[in-house]
Design a protein around this ligand. Structure first.
Ligand SMILES: Nc1ncnc2c1ncn2[C@@H]1O[C@H](COP(=O)(O)OP(=O)(O)OP(=O)(O)O)[C@@H](O)[C@H]1O
Ligand SMILES: [Mg+2]
Length: 339
C-alpha cells in the first residue's frame, strides 16, 4: 500500500507449537503448551479473563518474552533465529495501555521503528504523514503535538499508526482500543476493519470484550487459565455451538442477537414486497440484527427490504428471522438481551 516501502507486505503464516512459558520463581506455567496455526491475512482474536495468559502468549510471538519451551515460526522461519531488527520490521506491536513515549511528538513516536531501520528523513516523514492520514489524524494538526495533547482514542490511533510504520506483515495488538468509551471504540473498530480490508495483515488481537471479538475476528480463540484454548473457531460457529460451559459463559446471554449481527438480510427467505412505512426500511446487505431493531420500531409489522438502489425487493418479519437462526432462539433474544 505504501510507495515509501519497496515491499508492501501481505500477511505471514504464524505457527506456534507447544509453546510454554514459566516465569522465574513461579510454580506453574503462565502459558502451557499452546499450539495454533494462523493463516496469512487472518485476524485472530484472543479472548479470556484477566491473567489467563493472553499478553504472555502474544509477547512470545515477537520475543519480548522468551518461551521456556516450544517453537514459533513466521513464514517457516524460527522466530528465535531472527535478528531483532528483522523481527521489528516484520511484526508491528500495539501494547496494552497505548505506551506512547510522552516526551516525543506524535511524528517522533511513529518514526521509532523507521529510525531503528535507518530510513532517511524524507522517507520517514512521508511515511508519518501517510500513516496519520490512514488513521484519520490530520498531520498538520497532530504531527508536532505531544501525546498528552491528544484524547485517549486519538492516542490509540497513533499507537496503531506506530505499529504500522514499517508495513509489517504481522500485527500484534494487545487491547488496542481498551482505553476508549463505547462510541469511540465502535468508531475505531469500524476504521480498523476498513484498514484491514486494504492491508490484509496477519493480526493477533487481544480483547476482554467478546462483542469486539465477534465484530472483528475471522476466528476467535477463547482462552482459560494458562492460555488453554477452550474453543478456536469462527465467530458464527462459536455463537451457534459453544464448545462447553466455559465458552457459553463468555458468549453470554445475547448469543442469538450477536449471531444476527453477523448474518445479512439476504440470508433470509424474504416475504412479499411491502410499502416503506414511516421511512422504516432495511438494506438487503444490512444485518438481521438491524432488521430486528427496525421490527421493534414498526411494532412487528413486516419491514420493507431494499436493494442498493433503494428499490423494495421484499419484506422481513420475526418469523423469517427466526427461521434463519433456528426458531427457538429469537424470542429469548428479544426479551433477554438488551443491556
Ligand atoms: N513477569 C512476570 N513474572 C511472573 N508472573 C507473571 C509475569 N507477567 C505475568 N505474570 C503472570 O502470568 C499470568 C498471565 O499474565 P498475562 O499478562 O499474560 O495475562 P493476560 O491474560 O494478558 O491478563 P490481562 O487481561 O489482565 O492483561 C498471570 O497470572 C500473571 O500474574
Ligand atoms: Mg494482558
Amino acid at each position: 500500500m505504501s510507495e515509501t516501502n519497496s515491499r508492501p507486505a501481505a500477511g505471514a503464516r504464524i505457527v506456534l507449537r507447544d509453546v510454554t512459558k514459566t516465569y522465574p520463581g513461579q510454580a506453574g506455567p503462565a502459558v502451557d503448551s499452546f499450539s495454533m496455526d494462523i493463516a496469512p491475512g487472518e485476524l485472530i482474536m484472543f479472548v479470556g479473563p484477566s491473567g489467563c495468559g493472553k499478553t504472555t502468549t502474544m509477547k512470545m510471538i515477537n520475543r519480548i518474552i522468551e518461551p521456556t519451551s516450544g517453537s514459533i515460526t513466521i513464514d517457516g522461519e524460527d522466530v528465535l533465529s531472527l535478528d531483532p531488527n528483522e523481527l521489528r520490521r516484520r511484526i508491528g506491536y500495539v501494547i496494552q495501555q497505548i505506551g506512547l513515549f510522552p516526551h516525543m511528538t506524535i511524528a517522533e513516536n511513529i518514526s521509532v521503528v523507521p529510525k531503528l531501520l535507518s530510513w532517511d528523513k524524507k522517507r520517514t516523514r512521508d511515511r508519518v504523514e501517510e500513516l496519520l492520514a490512514v488513521v484519520e489524524l490530520d498531520p498538520k494538526t497532530y504531527a508536532a503535538r505531544y501525546p498528552r495533547q491528544l484524547s485517549g482514542g486519538q492516542q490509540q490511533r497513533v499507537g496503531v499508526a506506530r505499529a504500522l510504520a514499517a508495513d509489517p506483515p504481522v500485527m500484534l495488538m494487545d487491547e488496542p482500543f481498551g482505553a476508549t468509551d463505547p462510541i469511540t471504540r465502535e468508531k475505531l473498530q469500524t476504521e480498523f476493519l476498513r484498514l484491514q480490508e486494504k492491508l490484509s495483515k496477519t493480526i493477533v488481537f487481544v480483547t476482554h470484550d467478546f462483542d469486539e471479538a465477534v465484530r472483528l475476528g475471522d476466528r476467535i480463540a477463547v482462552l482459560s487459565e494458562r492460555s488453554q484454548i477452550e474453543q478456536f473457531d469462527t465467530p458464527a460457529n462459536i455463537l451457534a455451538n459453544p464448545a462447553n460451559d466455559y465458552v457459553s459463559q463468555f458468549v453470554g446471554h445475547g448469543a442469538a442477537l450477536k449471531r444476527l449481527g453477523l448474518i445479512p438480510v439476504n440470508q433470509a427467505t424474504l416475504g412479499p414486497a411491502v410499502p416503506v412505512r414511516g421511512a422504516i426500511e432495511v438494506g438487503i446487505n444490512d444485518s438481521l440484527r438491524n432488521a430486528l431493531d427496525l421490527l421493534v420500531l414498526s411494532g412487528g409489522t413486516p419491514v420493507a427490504v431494499v436493494d442498493a438502489h433503494g428499490r423494495v425487493v421484499g419484506s422481513i418479519d420475526i418469523e423469517r428471522i427466526s427461521a434463519v437462526l433456528g426458531a427457538e432462539i429469537v424470542p429469548s433474544a428479544l426479551t433477554g438481551a438488551r443491556p
